[in-house]
Design a protein around this ligand. Structure first.
Ligand SMILES: [Ca+2]
Length: 360
């Protein structure tokens, strides 16, 4: 009997059709059957395991702030430190905002470090139009009293990775990759010690949100992104393709607001603040909640699916600088270097985010 072998592209077309036609369980079973998409469930549930050690590298930012809150509320994660970078707002604000968020979570013991105040090779571009003058507009929190660590962020990253056993520290990257790339350039030995980098950044099917082809975090420092994508480190990318499915609808924002305690009200106020811009921009029912998807992936990888593919960063073209050129259809022989996520169970993720915010 003659065997019919589906081409790669028809397999994936089938995947997408199936995704549209059936519920998520049927979709995943189909994916596993045809080998078209990988799903991730091996690390869950984590409650029975030792807490996973993470460094959060961030540029808070309202969505960074919610991500930090979810991480601090999650016993499956041990936050070794928060390293701040310029991005959504200048560094002086992002490091201050990170400390305000830790105090909101009742965790003034968290170590917060200041890192790069500008990209590797380019002038800083911020997103004040989205995040407001403070980077965290929407709810006025008291100025932090917990200290900023005197050690520079890059030194902390290097020292921590050299101190901890090989393969036991994950980096959750929520902003431009300047700190991480600088650490890798200064101490190449740490590349082999990082368990995984899970980053919010890039876009392929959803194209760009700061230029027609570029997502903000990669656009701000494409040279740093290039260093990270070429590092050989296990890399998981949470692109706009995923985050644009995770919308803070009115009902979800209300669920945050209904939580007992202050944290839910603050988080809902942040969502309200940037929602007005995003609603106008995308015409969707609610703003995408980008950075919490990274923490959500660390907690519940089974909610996501994607593909191990090659991703290259455009650093030269004026037209498309910062583009994550993703070989989704595997039309080149370039070596796969990143797991590029594509689908998420958005309601499952939101249920998790709200449940965790409710613990604070
Ligand atoms: Ca961010």
């Amino acid at each position: 009997m003659k065997k019919v072998r589906l081409s790669e592209s028809s397999q994936t077309d089938m995947a997408i059709d199936i995704f549209k036609a059936f519920d998520r369980r049927a979709f995943i079973q189909s994916m596993v059957a045809i080998g078209g998409l990988a799903t991730f469930g091996a690390n869950w549930p984590a409650s029975a395991q030792q807490a996973r050690k993470i460094i959060i590298d961030a540029d808070p930012g309202q969505d960074d702030a919610i991500a930090i809150l979810v991480a601090l509320a999650s016993p499956e994660l041990s936050v070794l430190g928060i390293t701040c970078v310029a991005g959504n707002a200048p560094l002086a604000l992002t490091q201050k905002n990170a400390r305000m968020v830790c105090e909101l979570a009742g965790r003034p013991d968290i170590l917060v470090f200041a890192g790069a105040d500008r990209p590797l090779k380019r002038p800083l571009v911020t997103a004040g139009h989205l995040h407001g003058h403070t980077g965290l507009d929407g709810y006025t929190l008291p100025d932090p009293t917990m200290p900023l660590q005197s050690q520079p962020a890059v030194e902390f990253i290097i020292e921590t990775l050299r101190r901890e056993p090989v393969g036991t520290v994950t980096i959750a990257a929520l902003g431009p990759l300047t700190n991480i790339a600088t650490a890798l350039q200064r101490a190449p030995d740490i590349a082999g010690r990082i368990e995984e980098i899970v980053m919010m950044g890039g876009a392929y099917f959803e194209v760009g949100n700061i230029t027609p082809t570029a997502e903000f975090n990669v656009y701000v420092d494409p040279d740093a992104a290039q260093v990270v994508f070429a590092s050989g480190i296990k890399l998981t990318v949470v692109p706009l393709d995923v985050t644009h499915q995770v919308l803070a609808t009115a009902a979800r924002a209300q669920a945050m607001r209904n939580l007992p305690g202050k944290v839910g009200i603050v988080a809902a106020s942040w969502v309200d603040f940037f929602e007005r811009f995003d609603k106008e921009k995308y015409g969707a029912d609610g703003a995408p909640i980008h950075d919490p998807c990274v923490i959500g992936y660390l907690l519940r990888p089974d909610l996501f699916s994607g593909r191990l593919v090659n991703v290259e960063i455009e650093t030269v073209s004026e037209l498309t600088v910062g583009m994550t050129v993703t070989d989704w259809w595997r039309v080149t022989r370039r070596v796969p270097n990143a797991t590029f996520l594509r689908y998420v169970n958005a309601q499952g993720l939101f249920d998790l985010i709200i449940e965790r915010l409710g613990r604070l």
